[in-house]
Design a protein around this ligand. Structure first.
Ligand code: SF4
Ligand code: SF4
Length: 375
């Protein structure tokens, strides 16, 4: 990440260390619920898609977040929208403060993903562009978990197409859960063998999340949301991954290190010790334009389309403030997913640094983890 991008992030996030800003500095915005995959851990593809925000509406949404510095576009599969490039234009034309733009892809749309990346590079050379291509297991397992034969080969094609572009940071994203815990070593070997330019520090992990409104994998909002973990097994895997990724070589590596070190402590049963940024400096907007605290907690705040995208007003209302208090009190059930953990670390940098160093030293002193069952 270039120094000017770090400076822009600091300018955006510095004030939130002292007070709640009038509009979000960081957002996750879903472009669609539709998806070409049929994953076992996510049922976004089976949810009834509502009326997605049009590019013009997205323009209105982003114009209402003038100090937005960090944006994750997500889905479903964002690249499947026929107006994908127009959606990106709506972002790029209405986010003057943007420093970091990230989108994930399941890999089925190499041309669209690359065209989107080229558009961002041409229109906004000042913005850091990060793209995550999802790989959840070695080839046969990946295809089975994605519910669609050919998914591995498609993801390799997308990785290769993006790697060929200048100024695009491409990562592998893996959701760790019961179906692939025993196959991560084999996945690492396949990534090293088949992805040009792949190195272990480009491999990002997430634990399976539950959310009725986003992943569609909880029966109802009342059933709760959060992170699914087999704490003992995941703790061992995370400890191994920390060693695999060491040492950090970039600000993104440092952020991932902070995430993994604190995830390891959280899996070990420690309270996280840092409040998330949901509805403080961060938020989630669904594909249909509903504002939520984050992409996990099923607590709708307002229909922004119906409110004319007056986010500043909605942000200051009692409902948003009550939900913020609920997030701090962990009424949501709590979570620790990178989408929300990175802003958590940035939102409390002093405390995050202290906890990360303390927990990191403890992790270094811990005996090397044994292989997980089934590996
Ligand atoms: S995890 Fe991603 S690729 Fe799989 S169904 Fe959900 S949105 Fe699609
Ligand atoms: S801890 Fe924060 S980010 Fe996680 S589910 Fe609760 S409100 Fe969302």
């Amino acid at each position: 990440m270039r120094p000017r991008s770090i400076a822009r992030l600091l300018r955006a996030f510095g004030p939130v260390w002292l007070r709640r800003p009038g509009t979000p500095r960081r957002a996750v915005v879903a472009l669609t619920r539709r998806c070409t995959c049929r994953c076992t851990q996510c049922s976004s593809w089976s949810m009834e898609p509502g009326q997605e925000l049009s590019p013009a509406e997205l323009g209105g949404l982003f114009a209402a977040m003038p100090r937005l510095a960090w944006l994750d576009l997500t889905g479903g599969e964002p690249c499947l929208r026929s107006d994908w490039l127009a959606c990106l234009e709506a972002v790029l034309d209405n986010t003057p403060s943007l420093a970091v733009l990230h989108f994930p892809t399941n890999g089925w749309f190499p041309e669209q993903a690359a065209a989107g990346a080229r558009l961002v590079r041409a229109r906004r050379p000042d913005v850091e562009l990060l793209v995550t291509v999802s790989f959840d297991g070695p080839p046969a397992l990946h295809d089975r978990l994605r519910g669609r034969p050919g998914s591995w080969d498609a993801a390799v094609r997308t990785w290769t197409a993006l790697q060929d572009l200048t100024g695009v940071d491409v990562f592998v994203g893996t959701t760790v859960g019961p179906d692939n815990r025993g196959a991560l070593e084999e996945l690492g070997q396949a990534l090293r063998r088949e992805l040009p330019g792949f190195e272990d520090h480009l491999w990002h992990w997430n634990l399976t999340q539950v959310s009725a409104m986003f992943f569609g994998n909880a029966p109802s909002a009342a059933a709760g949301s959060g992170t699914i973990a087999d704490r003992a097994a995941d703790l061992r895997l995370v400890a191994q991954h920390l060693r695999r990724r060491w040492p950090p070589r970039s600000p993104v590596d440092l952020m991932e290190l902070g995430f993994l070190v604190n995830l390891r402590a959280w899996l070990g049963g420690e309270p996280l010790g840092m409040a998330c940024q949901a509805l403080h400096s961060a938020c989630f907007v669904s594909a249909e334009g509903w504002l939520y605290p984050c992409h996990v907690w099923d607590r709708p705040i307002a229909d922004l389309r119906e409110r004319g995208f007056d986010l500043r007003a909605v942000w200051a209302e009692a409902e948003a403030l009550a939900a913020r208090r609920g997030a701090v009190a962990l009424e949501c059930g709590g979570c620790f997913t990178p989408c929300e953990a990175y802003p958590t670390l940035v939102g409390s940098p002093g405390r995050a640094a202290l906890l990360t160093v303390r927990r990191g030293l403890r992790a270094l002193r811990a005996p090397a983890p044994s292989a997980p069952p089934g590996a």
